[in-house]
Write a protein that binds this ligand. Structure first.
Ligand SMILES: NC(=O)c1ccc[n+]([C@@H]2O[C@H](COP(=O)([O-])OP(=O)(O)OC[C@H]3O[C@@H](n4cnc5c(N)ncnc54)[C@H](OP(=O)(O)O)[C@@H]3O)[C@@H](O)[C@H]2O)c1
Length: 252
């Protein structure tokens, strides 16, 4: 069993990884910028990946880091990952596992470009690492629909398809990787089903009992073209077990 640091431990994904890694028998330390209580039995480390504060103490004695922290603004994730790598090197951490996103090299979203640079920093670091790219989380797809709650119709991107995955399924895969040797890049993972954005919107409305209509919006540009090309999908590795409809039922 390993001593594991989870960054982003309070986040949408990280808060799933912490209990799952603990249940698998690992000794888990959870990183946050804030002082924490909660998650009984979890040891919290306070640290800021951008400023570098608290990182040496956070990685001290750690075998594996599961890096889930993110701040999707500018180059912050590159700085944060570079600071984490430096601290991991000083502490001789053997393995950093980094969660990334399917298609970041083919869809020119600014956030994706930053994730790619963070991946590259890891690849050049000399620290044992594994990059796991996952498709969009159910939470993200649902949030994009939820913020349109006061719109008379639900807008969906015409021609785009998604293969959303549950954070429990991503956490399960990350915890499996704790027990493996660093592989550089693990096979990408996706959810169990591929649906058009419009179909996912209809599932969302049905689950919420709304009679509004889904309306396809046809946007142009390289980012949208990337999604339309299916660069965000992994139909050959649908490892997720929870469908979007299952997720919506649980969320009711
Ligand atoms: N959302 C998706 O659909 C999706 C799909 C595939 C992959 N991913 C990747 O999965 C990872 C996790 O995403 P998420 O949605 O779970 O993120 P999230 O909910 O936004 O959580 C972000 C976490 O990062 C931590 N954090 C932010 N800035 C920090 C800093 N300077 N120092 C230390 N911790 C910091 C926050 O902790 P505190 O506030 O407690 O400090 C928080 O726990 C990301 O790398 C993302 O790119 C996401």
């Amino acid at each position: 069993m390993a001593d594991v640091l989870v960054t982003g431990a309070t986040g949408t994904l990280g808060h799933r990884v912490v209990p799952e890694a603990t249940a698998a028998g690992h000794k888990v330390r959870a990183l946050s910028r804030r002082e924490h209580v909660g998650y009984t039995g979890v040891h919290w480390a306070r640290g800021d990946l951008l400023k570098g504060d608290g990182l040496d103490a956070a990685v001290d004695g750690i075998d594996v880091v599961v890096h889930c922290a993110t701040q999707p603004i500018g180059s912050k994730d590159v700085v944060a990952t570079t600071n984490l790598i430096a601290a991991a090197k000083r502490a001789r951490v053997g393995h950093i596992i980094y969660v990334s996103i399917v298609g970041i090299d083919r869809i020119p979203l600014p956030y994706y470009k930053t994730k790619l640079r963070a991946e590259e920093a890891l690849a050049a670091s000399g620290v044992g690492h594994t990059v796991l790219r996952a498709t969009q989380f159910h939470d993200l797809i649902a949030t994009i629909f939820a913020i349109q709650w006061f719109s008379p119709v639900l807008w969906a991107l015409r021609g785009a398809r998604f293969q959303p995955i549950d954070t429990h399924d991503v956490a399960t895969r990350l915890v499996e990787l704790i027990d493996t040797e660093p592989v550089g890049r693990a096979p990408d993972i996706g959810g169990p089903e591929v649906h058009s954005h419009a179909d996912l919107g209809q599932m969302f409305l049905t689950a919420r009992g709304s009679r509004r209509k889904v309306v396809g919006v046809g946007l142009r540009g390289k980012i949208v073209a990337g999604y339309r090309s299916g660069a965000n999908l992994v139909p050959d590795n649908p490892v997720g077990t929870v469908t979007f409809a299952d997720y919506l039922r649980k969320d009711e």
